[in-house]
Design a protein around this ligand. Structure first.
Ligand SMILES: C[S@@+](CC[C@H](N)C(=O)[O-])C[C@H]1O[C@@H](n2cnc3c(N)ncnc32)[C@H](O)[C@@H]1O
Length: 299
């Protein structure tokens, strides 16, 4: 899932060119994002956004700060920022190439309410003060399907416990994914971390057709993906939190693979292996899922 460097693309040169839009040390701004990024004279106002931006101009700070965690090349972050000029949108990603693209997009947009943070999402609490973020978007987070990679998922309960600290009291986490296994896994992790699920959708493109879309959403929807989405807010913190057992996403696939009309991102090889194994067993006259073996492979 690493982005490839195109020909004639010099990463360092791009990062330098768009340095005004890429913050490599976000911890320096923890607790003061809304004021520190506020432009002199108030945010630039696209037609129709006057009242909102006017309100922000009176306070000298952005109305809200939201984070697009694992923002990739930043298409969603920039489009969301364009629609709400009085909200500061921060896109965070650990991949320098993504930051170079995202910085370029922000520069071209002319917007003053979008900044990209070159930072690891597992250290997100260092970049923000308690209660600083009103929303964390997780758009098509890397699924890390193998059992031994489970802790790297940005919707693991351990991560969700961290997000509780930096969200406002009514703050929310919004997930979008093409992966039903990741969506089901996330619902379990949210429960373990004491979140209340506000809504879910098993076809977010139909349910929210006007939402800004991310790069992966465009790409995967063109391949026939349905988008699973949810929004959740922290409820009372669990009295005794302990990390959930690590699980491979293969455990969340349907028992009957015939029912799987779309293979989620990152699970192509796993499903291909499972189908092959089933076909071989079938040929031998022993129909079975081969799931136990596959779990070993994905652990
Ligand atoms: C599948 S892409 C989705 C990108 C974008 N959100 C979209 O929907 O187009 C996942 C992104 O998450 C980033 N990512 C994965 N783990 C991360 C972490 N721990 N911290 C920051 N970014 C991470 C990857 O570098 C990648 O750009």
């Amino acid at each position: 899932m690493h982005a490839r460097t195109p020909k004639h693309f010099v990463l360092e040169e791009r990062l330098e060119r768009y340095a005004d839009f890429i913050e490599p040390a976000p911890q320096d701004y923890a607790g003061r994002w809304a004021e520190a990024c506020y432009p002199l004279g108030g945010p630039t106002t696209p037609a129709g956004a006057g009242a909102q931006a006017g309100a922000a101009a009176r306070t000298g700070r952005f109305r809200e700060v939201r984070l697009d965690l694992g923002c990739g090349k930043g298409a969603f972050t920039v489009e969301a920022a364009r629609r709400e000029p009085d909200v500061l949108f921060l896109g965070m990603d650990g991949e320098p190439l993504c930051m170079a693209y995202a910085g370029g997009l922000a520069a071209k947009s002319g917007l003053e309410n979008v900044v990209f943070l070159a930072w690891d999402g597992h250290r997100v609490t260092e970049a923000f003060a308690p209660g600083e973020l009103s929303r964390i978007y997780l758009n098509f987070p890397t699924p890390f399907p193998r059992k031994r990679q489970a802790r790297r998922r940005l919707t693991d309960a351990t991560c969700l416990m961290e997000y509780r600290r930096i969200l406002t009291p009514n703050g929310t986490v919004r997930l979008k994914t093409d992966s039903r296994p990741l969506y089901l896994f996330t619902l379990e992790e949210l429960a373990a971390a004491g979140y209340t699920v506000l809504w879910t959708s098993e076809d977010a493109r139909a349910d929210f057709p006007d939402d800004p879309t991310s790069g992966y959403e465009e790409r995967l929807a063109a391949n026939g993906a349905k988008v699973f989405a949810l929004e959740a807010t922290p409820g009372p913190a669990p009295a005794h939190f302990s990390p959930t057992p690590q699980r491979g996403l293969v455990e969340y696939l349907p028992q009957d693979l015939e029912k799987l009309d779309y293979v989620p991102l990152g699970m192509e090889a796993t499903v291909w292996n499972m189908r092959n194994r089933e076909a071989k067993l079938w040929a031998k006259g022993h129909k079975g899922t081969g799931r136990a073996d596959n779990n070993e492979k994905t652990s």
